[in-house]
Design a protein around this ligand. Structure first.
Ligand code: PEP
Ligand code: CO
Length: 459
């Protein structure tokens, strides 16, 4: 195998990396970032990998979610708090109904760069470079705003650092205490059917905690009852930035991309001979690979072998995103290719990116029913293939947005314009995200029982 080093990816073809007009200015910013502290610590990343290994074995479930793209304008503590509340609620619903620990992984604190389907955007007669994410250029439709500006990389690094700082405080400072589940409800979902169901769950948890307390088991003796682990992730798209965040762990000599605990390779950049796969080959972080309709089983097998030659459990998560109508066509073949080679992976389902449509009112949207249907189809296929559907990957927010149609409040095409705030793709709002968690919890339980039995039978 060819020797890897931190910048060996530069010798490979790369897609979706911006060209900066001032190369020197980019180097200056990257050097500054290189001298700044890591965002995450290598030991944390190893801990996450251990938790992901449990998911491979059907003993836990992976919930990965957050914005399609974070933005500078929407950055404020309330948005981070409300996002975190929804993640906690969803994972509580899943943990309770499926009796499984949920590994909580945010698309946050670094999810800025976007691969775009077209390099330019046209409005009237004017054609400009596409918006590529707030860490690269600005959304405003002017020539100046669309020029990649390296200073944005540093601003995104700083925003990620303070986002992570607040999330860490929430995890360990009392906010995630199981006794406080009633405080996780967001004001605007109080009247929805989800809120009623969540209240029933709160009551059951309060009863269980009271019983445990009476038996002498409480948060004073068991920190697990009042703290949670929460991990960060983003697409490793902007390789110059990822390279500048990659450091040698002094305790082991291994390379870790310290910009997040987990990074993934997108559906548009997973070429076997491309720079993104080359970069990810040398870092210790767990890696996600998005698998869309163009992914071939043999190719994904080769990528897994390159990224994970020792077949370590927890290292690779395959995130399928075929679109609800295409699951049966593509997923069984992919599962069989991976199974045939005995490769250890987490099978996660992204029901968002294959279900994007244009609404009759001109907005990019995703019908909630299509999202649910992709998840259900994925669960059904895994059950018939004897594999474990171990994860869900969604674009969601704690804000009361109207970006995806449907759900309990039945958002229509006409409603989309009222609170359509996303920087890029349409997200589930808190109501829809929680509804999805309730709808799929039973499936998770069935699937994990089934997978545990088949794993047991095979060993
Ligand atoms: C994304 O997750 O935001 C994304 C661009 O996904 P994909 O690579 O699957 O299209
Ligand atoms: Co997206």
């Amino acid at each position: 195998m060819k020797k890897w080093n931190i910048n060996s990816w530069r010798k490979y073809p790369v897609k979706h990396i911006p060209v900066y007009p001032e190369a020197d200015e980019l180097d200056n910013v990257l050097n500054k970032i290189r001298s700044f502290p890591p965002l995450v610590f290598a030991g944390e990343t190893r801990h996450l990998k251990q938790q992901l290994a449990e998911v491979v074995d059907g003993k836990a479930f992976l919930l990965q979610g957050g914005d399609c793209a974070e933005s500078f304008a929407e950055f404020n503590p309330d948005n981070i708090r409300d996002y975190f509340k929804v993640i906690l609620q969803m994972s509580l619903v899943m943990t309770y109904s499926a009796s499984l620990p949920v590994v909580k992984l945010g698309r946050i604190a670094g999810q800025f760069s976007k691969p775009r389907s077209a390099p330019t955007e046209k409005q009237g007669d004017l054609e400009l470079p596409s918006y590529l994410g707030d860490n690269i250029n600005a959304m405003e439709f002017t020539k100046k705003a669309r020029v990649p500006d390296p200073k944005r990389l540093f601003k995104a690094y700083s925003q990620s650092a303070s986002t992570l700082n607040l999330l860490r405080a929430f995890c360990h400072g009392g906010f995630a205490d199981l006794k406080k589940v009633h405080l996780w409800n967001l004001g605007y979902i109080k009247k929805s059917p989800q809120a009623k169901k969540f209240k029933e769950l709160e009551d059951k948890i309060a009863d269980a905690l009271a019983f445990m307390d009476a038996c002498g088991i409480n948060a004073d003796f068991n920190r697990r009852l009042k703290t949670v682990n929460f991990w960060t992730s983003h697409e490793a798209l902007h390789l110059p930035f990822e390279e500048s965040m990659t450091r040698v762990d002094s305790t082991t000599g291994e390379y870790h991309d310290t910009s997040a605990h987990f990074v993934w390779i997108g559906d548009r950049t997973r070429q076997l001979d491309g720079g993104h796969v080359e970069f990810c080959r040398g870092i210790e972080n767990p890696i996600g690979i998005k698998c869309g309709p163009t992914s071939k089983g043999e190719e994904i097998v080769k990528i897994c072998n390159l990224l994970n030659p020792i077949n370590e459990k927890g290292k690779i998560t395959l995130i399928s995103r075929f679109g609800h109508k295409n699951v049966e066509k593509f997923l069984p073949k992919l599962i069989r290719s991976i199974k045939k080679e005995g490769i250890n992976v987490i099978w996660s389902c992204d029901p968002m990116h294959g279900n994007t449509i244009k609404s009759t009112t001109g907005f990019k949207t995703r019908p909630f029913n299509d999202v649910v249907s992709e998840v259900k189809n994925v669960f059904a296929v895994h059950q018939s293939e004897g594999s474990y559907a171990g994860g869900l990957h969604i674009e969601m927010t704690g804000q009361n947005v109207t970006e995806c149609t449907g759900g309990a409040k039945n958002i229509s095409d006409q409603d989309l314009s009222s609170r359509y705030h996303t920087q890029c793709d349409p997200r589930l709002n808190a109501d829809q995200a929680l509804e999805l968690a309730f709808l799929i919890s039973d499936e998770i339980k069935k699937n994990s029982t089934y997978a545990k039995n088949s794993i047991r039978a095979a060993s």
